[in-house]
Design a protein around this ligand. Structure first.
Ligand code: A3P
Length: 317
């Protein structure tokens, strides 16, 4: 495959101060012509926070729990990844052309790089700002793309990201765990600062219809979190369908499902023998990787970076 040879371990490119994989940086120009639809639903996350999980949940909801329909294509075809671009595979924008409405879209972009069309509803935001959260749900703003954001505690994200950097070959060489952790804290990894990402999307949720979810809450009680999603997207399903969705979006099921585990991608792009995409799927796995010294340094730095932010994460259950 000619494709990825030239893409192996390329350096990150900075766009508006945000480090990105070179191909993703190249995709941002064409993405400017992207037109959001009012019924689009944007799934936004910092990488390794449960994007694939919530994508599968939402597609199962949109297909009324019909697993056969969710087997129609791999998750990255059912939920186009807006800024995705790599040689030899369809880009996010190309995938989007064949995606019927209502569309589920995925991005990891920080707000500065999100296509303006998705965030354009300024007049409506002013209105929403004065409303309580419950009112957001009943208002059902018609011309405003809604967002489901999933955040995961920084330590598990950093560990998961280090493994992902190694297996997904479009990333630069991650180096040792210790040096990667330093880069993660400095925001010098693809998509930049985790701290800024979780904070700015949290702040957006005051002015925009954003359902802000936590990976750890989804682990603790997936049914409760799926119910929140259902309510947010204005749908309801029978109890047994809801239970069916909980069951088929479990880590165990998604790990063996070729439509969710990324095993259909060429090995040159993702090498699951280095680390499977569906790796551990737990909360608190960071404890097997962080040294005591790394943990202390991380915590001190975290306090500074998250000072004054009302967000609170659980690093274990
Ligand atoms: P780990 O590497 O810690 O196992 P993303 O989809 O945003 O790239 O996130 C990938 C992470 O979510 C991986 O974490 C993966 O195992 C985990 N994950 C994927 N599906 C999951 C599920 N159904 N339940 C729990 N974790 C899941």
């Amino acid at each position: 495959m000619e494709l990825i040879q030239d893409g192996l371990h390329q350096r990150l490119e900075y766009v508006k101060g945000v480090p990105l994989i070179k191909y993703f940086a190249e995709a941002l120009g064409p993405l400017e012509s992207f037109q959001a639809r009012p019924d689009d639903l944007l799934i936004s996350t910092y990488p390794k926070s449960g994007t694939t999980w919530v994508s599968q949940i939402l597609d199962m909801i949109y297909q009324n729990g019909d697993l056969d329909k969710c087997h129609r294509a791999p998750i990255f075809m059912r939920v186009p990844f807006l800024e995705f671009k790599a040689p030899g595979v369809p880009s996010g924008l190309e995938t989007l052309k064949d995606t019927p409405a209502p569309r589920l879209l995925k991005t990891h972009l920080p707000l500065a790089l999100v296509p303006q069309t998705l965030l354009d509803q300024k007049v409506k935001f002013q209105l929403l700002r004065r409303l309580r959260w419950e009112d957001h749900l009943s208002l059902r703003v018609q011309d405003c793309s809604e967002v489901v954001y999933v955040a995961r505690n920084a330590k598990d994200v950093a560990v998961s990201y280090h493994h992902f950097y190694q297996m997904a070959k479009v990333h630069p060489d991650p180096g040792t765990w210790d040096s990667f952790l330093e880069k993660f804290m400095a925001g010098e990894v693809c998509y930049g600062s985790w701290y800024q990402h979780v904070r700015e999307w949290w702040e957006l949720s005051c002015t925009h219809p954003v359902l802000y979810l936590f990976y750890e809450d989804m682990k603790e009680n997936p049914k409760r979190e799926i119910q929140k999603i259902l309510e947010f997207v204005g749908r309801s399903l029978p109890e047994d369908t809801l239970d069916f969705i909980v069951q088929h979006t479990s880590f165990k099921e998604m790990k063996k499902n070729p439509m969710t585990n990324y095993s259909t991608l060429p090995k040159e792009l993702m090498d699951h023998s280095i680390s499977p995409f569906m790796r551990k799927g737990t909360a608190g796995d960071w404890k097997t990787t962080f040294t005591v010294a790394q943990n202390e340094r991380f915590d001190a730095d975290y306090e500074e970076k998250m000072a004054g932010c009302s967000l609170s994460f659980r690093s274990q259950l």
